[in-house]
Design a protein around this ligand. Structure first.
Ligand code: HSE
Length: 424
């Protein structure tokens, strides 16, 4: 195998893991690493120079591959553009920059005859992208549904074991899973970016992240977790990237939201910081991959796997087209939540007075919401908790019913409304 010279942007958790794994690969030489703060105390041993000037890497003609593990949208985008224009191949773990600028970056790479490898951008150590891109090439993939964020899965697993959301988040932060500002994870941004990347591979279009319906885990309570379990479900933050053709039009069903998953479903048993992904292909049927979706060495495993692939092919003529997926230049928009049909779970606190269930039924009936199960709990001091599971209902109808409930004279507190898993 020919010797390949790399430059790397970033030496945080993932970058340190890459350095550690690369120490065993002599045909790959890490020549320089660009960092923000050269004086930061680092525990990782590295033998190449550090620089704070990214151009030391981008302008170095000996460096053939840029490993980008600094993350974020800016200034990363501009570094990637400059490197591609200098005909450097890219290996990146950056789902945000791909989700927001993927069509542009892939077009630029094609123009300059280089490739972008991005296995580490989704599901960390789980070889999900290569499975979809190469292993399942013979398939039309209708949907990818999964737990794509380890931090929130860790928090939800801790809540199931009895912790409140705040306690579980603090625990995740103390263990280094969650950031000090957990927004990207707990509000679903991280999953939305990953879904856009998955759509590009499976359905040939990145999906504009701002069109992806996003509901995070902040409002889930211990009570919801316990009630879901009583009904035979576990609450998971699920991402869906589906595509179907309707009357000649491509419909992109791409969304992230808490979902009640039946306890016997494979995704319900994915616990802690693991990821679990179910891919549905017309030939293979359903395939489930489970494994570490984040962390130093699992993510570095994906980065270095890409580097090995690239190093093995780099000197072959015209290898770029073999690795580069076909992705259309125009990003797609996801369908709005109004259009999807699925069952719902609702938790409400109402006045415990005669006629309340009748009024509730009237609001639901008027909006075409059909109740599958209803229970009343904790009736005391003229208040009661009501839990409802519905049959399939259109998002628009459920939202309208919820609006009317919120204006009603019998509702004390609106608890939560979550979707129940429905096979795509
Ligand atoms: N923060 C992500 C997670 C890992 O918790 O899964 C990087 O995408």
């Amino acid at each position: 195998m020919a010797r390949v010279v790399l430059g790397m942007l970033g030496l945080g958790t993932v970058g340190s893991g890459v350095v550690e794994l690369l120490a065993k690969h002599r045909h790959v030489t890490l020549k320089k690493i660009a960092v923000k703060d050269i004086n930061k105390v680092r525990t990782t041993e590295f033998s190449c120079p550090l620089t704070t000037n990214v151009n030391d890497i981008i302008d170095d003609p000996e460096i053939e591959v840029l490993v980008e593990v600094m993350g974020g949208e800016n200034p990363t985008l501009s570094y990637l553009e400059q490197a591609i224009k200098k005909r450097k191949h890219i290996v990146t773990a950056n789902k945000e920059v791909l989700a927001k600028h993927g069509p542009h970056l892939f077009a630029l790479a094609k123009e300059h005859g280089v490739t972008i490898f991005f296995e580490a951008s989704v599901a960390g150590g789980v070889p999900l992208l290569s499975t979809i891109h190469k292993g399942l090439e013979a398939n039309e993939i209708s949907s990818i549904v999964g737990i794509l964020n380890g931090t929130t899965n860790f928090i939800l697993s801790s809540m199931e074991a009895g912790k409140s959301y705040e306690e579980a988040l603090a625990e995740a932060q103390a263990l280094g899973f969650a950031e000090a500002d957990p927004t990207a994870d707990v509000d679903g941004f991280d999953v939305a970016y990953k879904l856009s990347v998955l759509s590009a591979l499976a359905h040939r279009h990145f999906v504009k992240p701002e069109t992806i319906y996003r509901e995070g885990i902040r409002t889930i309570t211990k009570e919801d977790m316990a009630l879901a379990k009583e009904f035979g479900y576990r609450i998971k933050l699920l991402g869906t990237a589906g595509k179907r053709d309707e009357k000649g039009k491509e419909i992109f069903d791409v969304r992230v939201h808490p979902t009640l998953v039946p306890l016997e479903h494979p995704l319900a048993s994915v616990s802690g910081s693991n990821n679990g992904i179910l891919v549905k292909g017309h030939a293979v049927g359903e395939l489930t991959l489970i494994g570490p979706g984040a962390g130093k060495l699992p993510t570095a495993s994906a980065v270095v796997g890409d580097l090995m692939n690239l190093a093995g092919a780099l000197k072959l003529p015209d290898f770029a087209s073999y690795f580069q997926p076909v992705i259309e230049a125009s990003p797609a928009s996801a369908t709005p939540p109004d259009e999807w049909k699925c069952p719902f779970y609702l938790r409400l606190v109402v006045n415990d007075t005669p006629g309340v269930i009748g009024k509730l039924g009237t609001i639901f009936g008027a909006n075409d919401v059909s109740i599958a199960t209803i229970i009343q709990r904790d009736a005391q001091d003229k208040e009661a908790t009501i839990v409802i599971l519905t049959h399939d209902v259109l998002g628009r109808n459920m939202n309208q019913a919820i609006e009317e409930l919120k204006k009603s004279d019998f509702l004390k507190t609106f608890g939560n409304a979550f979707r129940i898993f429905r096979s795509a």
